[in-house]
Design a protein around this ligand. Structure first.
Ligand SMILES: C[S@@+](CC[C@H](N)C(=O)[O-])C[C@H]1O[C@@H](n2cnc3c(N)ncnc32)[C@H](O)[C@@H]1O
Length: 237
């Protein structure tokens, strides 16, 4: 059930902080199912900025007209990324997510032409190779969510010359995952399948939910830090 107005920061921190301790995918997706009706309000309370930052980054580098572009929002959740995309003129939007509850909220936004249930790391994306002008994945690269091994699948469905925008958190509790992610990203660059355009560190990513998330040099007035990456898939030669 959707929460009453005026939920306190302490309540949100307790609810969301508990989910960070879930490091297996099935219970994590189950948590998202139950959280879905309250997700938008809770992440607004935490001043979660990743959807806006990622879409800013993508739209500044996007070479064509936004309304001509076909975009895939991976781990789309309730559709916060779609709302940001639409505000910048991107209107052809597809979404996938592993949580039926989150997809139900996304469907209610009426911003996506197609929404599909798909669990990254276990299933392939439901699109042919080279379909999308840009692919985003925001807020889903961490332990118990999307494994680093799923990154090549994002590249597969991106058009040659298309863009891939990813985010992750850079606070202490996510640093081990971030290192593995960067090894994957760098490996694909060394294999010359994509080229890094942007790696944008951001101090005020969202409010921390617990002491476990914070540490020296990562906490700015209660915020944890994060990073936005942007890559261009190489053209076929
Ligand atoms: C923190 S939410 C982010 C949602 C949205 N991108 C945003 O920024 O508001 C993470 C989303 O990733 C989805 N997710 C996590 N792991 C997944 C996986 N392996 N495959 C598909 N979706 C996954 C969850 O269901 C959830 O909707």
């Amino acid at each position: 059930m959707a929460q009453e107005e005026g939920v306190s920061l302490a309540e949100v921190r307790a609810r969301v902080g508990a989910s960070h301790g879930i490091t297996d995918l099935a219970p994590k997706l189950h948590f998202y199912d139950s959280w879905a009706p309250d997700y938008d309000q809770d992440v607004a309370t935490l001043q979660y900025r990743a959807p806006r930052l990622a879409v800013d980054c993508l739209s500044q580098a996007f070479p064509g007209l936004p309304h001509d572009a076909l975009i895939l929002d991976v781990a789309c959740g309730t559709g916060l990324v779609a709302a940001e995309l639409q505000a910048r003129g991107f209107s052809q939007l597809h979404g996938v997510d592993g949580s039926p509850g989150m997809l139900e909220q996304a469907r209610a936004r009426s911003l996506y032409q197609h929404l599909s249930l798909c669990t990254l790391g276990q299933e392939l994306l439901p699109s042919p190779e080279g379909t999308f002008d840009a692919v985003l994945m925001v807020g889903a690269l961490s332990d118990g969510q999307v494994p680093c091994t799923a990154i090549p699948e994002l590249l597969r469905v991106t058009k040659p010359g298309g863009l891939v925008c990813l985010t992750t958190r850079t606070n202490p509790s996510n640093l081990r995952y971030k290192e593995a992610l960067e090894a994957t990203l760098d490996g694909l660059e060394q294999a010359r399948v994509w080229q890094r355009l942007v790696a944008w560190p951001v101090d005020r990513w969202e409010l921390a939910t617990s002491e476990l998330e914070v540490g020296p040099n990562t906490l700015t007035e209660g915020f944890i830090s994060g990073i936005v990456y942007l890559y261009r898939k190489v053209e076929v030669t």
